[in-house]
Write a protein that binds this ligand. Structure first.
Ligand code: AMP
Ligand code: MG
Length: 279
């Protein structure tokens, strides 16, 4: 069963129409059981993706502070083989990055064939934080939606499967999580006065996210709004969405693997044969 609706840009959305508490009527225990099975399936899919080497997978994670980007990466992507899987985290751009176009630093981190890359924040920051804090002129960030769509089309045309997740938490839930961080010494490294400051821009971010989701949802690079107040459901929904998106590719990856296997076996046979005739 699909837990998340695939946004393709046909219908403009409002975030208030998505319930951050949604859990599809499941309980935590059932959710965790389902996640275990999906994780095993995702691991098998990664092997096929890697072995076939025809596609790459780009997962984009966006969300407000404390929405669970780190937690999702740890839980959903943790079981994957690190050989073909990387995380790219995008922070405040460096002077060198700012001296280039906004996609320059992003393009360098995109996955090669057979690889999976998870973006912890992404090029969308350039129409989110940059817009909210007026870091560039209006006309500069407004032009970026088209740039992003063209960029993602380029990646998709080159064989990149793109899935974009907005982790949707409520304002109350964010407050709880910020307060919890202050009580938990293991989370002190995440403390940031900036998070409380960003929170005062809540409505500006809502508008910026709605525009990004509405303008940059395409069939080849869809957005998914992930109800994220319940961490276990967030993890389940993200995992299920990835596994379902990869299923249609499995057959062709197996076929490609078969072709590679037959070709290499023939080469090995030829080599063995040449050894025999040399003797
Ligand atoms: P964190 O995800 O907690 O490590 O924080 C990274 C910070 O970098 C966040 O406050 C982001 O808003 C900020 N950031 C990421 N990309 C950009 C960007 N392109 N321009 C300005 N700030 C950014
Ligand atoms: Mg932070």
């Amino acid at each position: 069963m699909a837990y998340l609706q695939k946004l393709t840009g046909a219908q403009p959305l409002k975030l208030r129409d998505f319930d951050p508490e949604f859990d599809a009527g499941l309980d935590k225990e059932t959710g965790e059981e389902k996640l275990k099975k999906l994780s095993a399936e995702l691991t098998r899919q990664q092997e096929l993706l890697y072995a076939a080497g025809t596609h790459s997978l780009l997962l984009v994670l966006q969300g407000r502070d404390t929405s669970g980007k780190d937690g999702t990466i740890k839980t959903v992507m943790g079981p994957l083989n690190s050989l073909g899987c990387q995380v790219a985290s995008f922070k405040v751009p460096t002077a060198e990055e700012l001296a280039h176009d906004f996609l320059w630093r992003i393009h360098q981190q995109t996955p090669g064939k057979g690889e999976i890359t998870i973006f912890n924040r992404s090029h969308y920051e350039d129409v989110l934080v940059v817009r909210v804090h007026k870091l560039v002129a209006d006309k500069v960030w407004r032009a970026r939606y088209d740039h992003i769509n063209a960029f993602e089309k380029l990646l998709a045309d080159a064989g990149t499967i793109i899935l974009k997740f907005y982790l949707h938490i409520s304002k109350d839930e964010q407050e709880q999580r910020l307060l919890e961080r202050e009580q938990d010494a293991t989370k002190y490294w995440k403390l940031s006065a900036g998070d409380w400051k960003e929170r005062t821009y809540w409505n500006d971010y809502t508008r910026a996210y709605e525009d990004a989701l509405n303008r940059c949802s395409t069939p080849h690079a869809p957005w998914f709004v992930v109800p994220a107040n319940k961490k276990w459901f967030r993890n389940l929904a993200v995992a299920e969405t990835i596994v379902s998106a990869l299923r249609p590719y499995e057959k062709q990856w197996r076929e490609k693997l078969e072709v590679i296997g037959q070709r290499e076996k023939a080469a090995i046979e030829e080599f063995k044969h040449s050894k025999v005739t040399q003797k």
